[in-house]
Ligand binder design. Structure first.
Ligand SMILES: Cc1cc2nc3c(=O)[nH]c(=O)nc-3n(C[C@H](O)[C@H](O)[C@H](O)COP(=O)(O)O)c2cc1C
Length: 505
């Protein structure tokens, strides 16, 4: 059960891991490449394997159809198959390209991830599918293979942990292996666990929908039974989200099984412990799926928009197929200082709105507000705007020159200043924590990152570029004029990628 002290603990974590000009100047730690964690989870004993098709199935569904509209799947749900599952896994966490690095290769995965360190693992708790026996499986992205961790139908364990009434065909469990990211980012990795899980989740949700499979994000569940079920310790590696897929047959009732302690290959010679990560995770851990807190949210996106609103108009169509977009995507390393159309921004903001929020929350249960720094959007004066989804319009906060400010706010990286627009997700954290307890910290970050993951896909579908960025926490909140105590939960910059610039030089 979470308490006031858990809320204080997660707020203390957030405070301690803020970036400021001062903290960045003080510097982080040096990267020790001799102690760099491996990018995959490898078991030290052979487990039964189910290789997935090397050739990705093509649904041909457009990004627009996979992202927009109501939450029903694009095609009828004909029952989850191994091929659907393979598509969801490959498009979420599969290897999509490799680049030479030193004597070996650097492998890039389907979804964007801080530092390309890929600390998010996927497991499947499956009932019997037509072509997959019931079991608990780990997805090995290194060889695109499922490994069976447990034999049998254990969906009921995950369902009880999440308080689900109806049986899904399978449940995907997302974990973070913190050291694989904290090697570079130290204690701030606890935020990255949710940022990087959200970009993966956005792909999973879109791929599920494109394959005609119902999928809903679950962030509120009892942690221990889920961790035990997939055989992770909840400390080095811990579950961070669940995604029930499809509808399945009735579930047999089983007890939560004990850990198996299957030996795994060490991540690196000397993993470093970050107590702040452990403390933050403990504070946000639940022993039951019941949400806590009862204070309802005031203000936020529900508040009446003011000022001269800029209506978005119709969003540009997102016609490229989901598979093409994901297989060809890559974060922009440089933007050309060129404008984007308002209809393109409209399409990206539409994509940022999920039809169903985390844990079945409806649109009124808003975890994050969305602010736009418009550096170069045709028909929109340079300035800071708050997005008002209820009227699909931008509400001006400050109309002024923004390039220098937006370059500064993202840790003085040119990307934010060169982008056509910077989209900031902002959670009114005191209100979220009042409503949801310390677990709300996770949910708010997952809500933002999943929505940002959808913005990435929309940007690529439009032939534009996008990248996640990190930021000076307090300076952003102040510049945007957000409520005291608000937290920045994701920053994504979008614009014309340098290689595609229209001008020739
Ligand atoms: C939440 C998040 C924050 C990121 N922050 C930065 C950043 O501050 N600077 C940067 O150059 N890239 C940033 N990136 C981009 C990653 O470095 C990039 O996703 C990773 O190298 C994988 O490459 P890919 O996205 O092209 O597949 C960020 C990505 C994410 C998801």
């Amino acid at each position: 059960m979470q308490s006031r002290s858990d809320v204080e603990a997660i707020l203390a974590y957030h405070e301690a891991t803020k970036h400021s000009v001062e903290s960045v100047r003080r510097g982080g730690h040096m990267l020790d490449f001799t102690n760099m964690p491996r990018p995959w989870k490898l078991y030290n004993v052979p487990l039964p394997e189910v290789p997935l098709p090397q050739q990705l199935g093509r649904t041909g569904v457009s990004v627009g159809d996979a992202l927009l509209g109501d939450s029903s799947p694009v095609v009828g749900d004909a029952g989850l198959t191994l091929s659907d599952l393979a598509s969801v896994l490959q498009l979420s966490a599969g290897v999509t390209k490799r680049l030479r690095a030193g004597n070996g290769y650097m492998y890039f995965r389907a979804a964007a991830c801080t530092g390309a360190l890929y600390h998010i693992e996927l497991y499947i708790v499956s009932g019997p599918l037509s072509d997959l026996p019931a079991g608990v499986y780990q997805y090995g992205a290194n060889d695109n293979t499922l490994r069976r961790v447990r034999d049998g139908d254990f969906r009921t364990v995950a369902m009880q942990a999440a308080g689900l009434d109806s049986a899904p065909a399978a449940i995907v469990v997302y974990t973070s292996t913190f050291w694989r990211n904290s090697w570079k980012y130290g204690s701030r990795t606890y935020r990255h666990a949710f940022w990087d899980c959200g970009t993966v989740l956005a792909h999973s949700l879109a791929a599920a929908r494109a394959n005609g499979v119902k999928a809903d994000l679950v962030t509120i569940y009892a942690d221990a039974p889920v961790n035990d079920l997939i055989d992770v310790d909840g400390e080095i590696e811990a579950s961070v989200a669940l995604l029930p897929l499809g509808e399945g047959p009735d579930v047999p009732s089983v007890d939560t099984p004990a850990r198996l302690d299957i030996p795994v290959v060490l991540l690196s010679r000397n993993p470093i412990d970050y107590p702040l990560i452990r403390d933050a995770h403990e504070a946000t851990t639940l022993d039951s799926p019941a949400p806590v807190g009862s204070v309802s949210r005031e203000g936020g996106e529900g508040s009446a928009p003011g000022g001269d609103l800029v209506p978005l108009g119709e969003g540009a169509p997102l016609t490229r197929t989901l598979e093409d977009v994901i297989l060809q995507r890559g974060s922009s390393r440089r933007f050309a200082r060129e404008p984007i159309q308002l209809s393109a921004l409209a399409a990206m903001l539409d994509a940022a709105g999920c039809p169903v929020g985390p844990d079945g929350a409806d649109a009124a249960e808003v975890f994050n507000d969305l602010y736009v720094i418009a550096n170069a959007v045709e028909g929109v004066e340079q300035g800071i705007y708050r997005y008002q989804p209820s009227v699909r319009a931008l509400e001006p906060v400050v109309v002024s020159e923004t390039r220098a400010l937006s370059e500064h706010l993202d840790l003085d990286q040119p990307l934010g200043g060169d982008a056509a627009a910077d989209l900031y997700f902002i959670a009114d954290m005191p209100a979220v924590l009042d409503r949801w307890g310390a677990r709300g910290y996770r949910t708010a970050h997952l809500d933002a990152s999943t929505r940002a993951g959808r913005v990435y896909l929309a940007a690529y579908a439009l032939g534009l570029g996008a990248t996640g960025l990190t930021f000076y926490d307090d300076e952003v909140v102040e510049a945007l004029g957000a409520a005291q105590g608000s937290a920045v939960t994701f920053l994504i910059a979008v614009g014309v990628p340098w290689r595609n610039r229209r001008t020739t030089e």
